[in-house]
Design a protein around this ligand. Structure first.
Ligand SMILES: Cc1ncc(C[n+]2csc(CCOP(=O)(O)OP(=O)(O)O)c2C)c(N)n1
Ligand SMILES: [Mg+2]
Length: 356
């Protein structure tokens, strides 16, 4: 868990450096080697490592727009994930997803820029596991700002009524962009959402990785044993702005300082030292983590960019041509689909894609 957390932290420190390249002096979001938005999860690592330590590749995880720490903890291929973030062709989604839309079917990981979007698919994966008679579980991450999302509440209900093997994990970092959590809902804690659905709701009050580990152990075991869902909330700390480039003018200085002071990695290091782990051991894990991160970034930067002609490939099945559906996508059309899926049709070439 320590190595996972150090990997995630260092990974984001390095992404931050790469991201800022070329974006100054006036912040230009499209410039530099990592175009687009970047949401970093420094200060959230305990919520990822403590839960995912209990998971197997067959288990499903859906993460949020702040996904790197969870992806790393779930075992997503770091090189292909980095290539995706750098918009390269060998990335997880051929460079079309970017950092908020990582998808790795090898370890059943997905994430999305739409808040609480991961809850319904996680419930779907849990339903599939139940119907197939496996002991696989699904974990859905969301932020405290997303706890009133309809999709999340409906997911809690379906998971409870169908007794599904799913664990919901709220990362409570006190903020939803610039909105403090007290102004969003009247419930004090997101874990109270479980009360309305008759499922266990547990809050871990500090981002104490060992406490998260214990809590998640019970929840994952409960799910694997066929005893239904659990909602966990973990207090984490947002060490950065909402996204890279956020000046955080809305946030009291003391809150930023507090978040930096309460470092879940330092806390776990202290716990490990108490258990007899030496500074030398920790340094070894840190070195290995840093090496892995450097290798992934170096590899990603050498990867080719996608050809513009590939822009529509894998984006649509059976794409509409000039606003009309030309095939119903039935099994008989499988050959056609393959052809249209892979490259734009000739007749599309001059329409500029406006109908899409
Ligand atoms: C359905 C939807 N509404 C609004 C947004 C814009 N948005 C992006 S992040 C965010 C706040 C998320 O806060 P929280 O869930 O607490 O996660 P955090 O960013 O703090 O990790 C919002 C409102 C969105 N992505 N999706
Ligand atoms: Mg939040």
């Amino acid at each position: 868990m320590y190595e996972t957390m150090v990997t995630a932290r260092h990974y984001e420190e390095r992404l931050q450096e790469e991201y800022l390249e070329g974006k100054q002096p006036a912040f230009d979001i499209s410039a530099g080697p990592i175009p687009g938005e970047l949401h970093l999860a420094a200060g959230h690592e305990a919520a990822a490592a403590g839960v995912c330590a209990h998971l197997r590749p067959e288990d499903t995880v859906t993460a949020t727009h702040r996904p790197h720490h969870v992806a790393i903890a779930k075992g997503v291929d770091l090189k292909r994930m980095t290539a995706e973030i750098f918009g390269r062709r060998t990335g997880l989604c051929k460079g079309k997803g970017g950092h908020m839309h990582l998808f790795d079917p090898d370890v059943n990981f997905a994430c999305s820029g739409i808040i609480a979007e991961g809850s319904p698919p996680a419930v779907g994966a849990a339903l599939a596991a139940k119907k197939r008679g496996t002991t696989d579980v699904a974990v859905s991450y969301l932020g405290e700002g997303a706890i009133s999302q309809g999709g999340f509440l409906e997911s809690l209900n379906l998971a409870a009524v169908q007794n599904l093997p799913v664990v919901f994990v709220i990362e409570d970092n006190d903020w939803a962009i610039s909105m403090p959590k007290g102004r969003v809902t009247d419930v004090e804690n997101g874990s109270q959402r479980a009360d309305g659905f008759d499922m266990p709701g547990v809050r871990v009050d500090y981002d104490d990785a060992l406490a998260v580990y214990e809590t998640a152990h019970d929840a994952v075991e409960r799910a694997r044993a066929g005893n239904g869902p659990t909602l966990i909330e973990v207090q984490v700390h947002r060490r950065m702005g909402h996204f890279m480039g956020d000046a955080e003018g809305y946030r009291p200085k003391e809150d930023v300082e507090r978040a930096k002071r309460l470092d879940c990695i330092e806390r776990l290091a202290d716990d490990l030292r108490e258990e007899g782990v030496t500074d030398g051991d920790l340094a070894e894990l840190t070195d290995r983590a840093h090496e892995r991160v450097e290798e992934a970034i170096e590899w990603a930067k050498e990867q080719p960019e996608p050809d513009p002609e590939e822009a529509f490939a894998d984006v649509f099945v059976n794409p509409p041509v000039r606003g009309e559906i030309v095939s119903d996508g039935g099994a008989d059309d499988a050959d056609d689909l393959e052809a249209t899926d892979a490259e734009p049709r000739e007749s599309d070439a001059d329409d500029g894609g406006e109908d899409r």
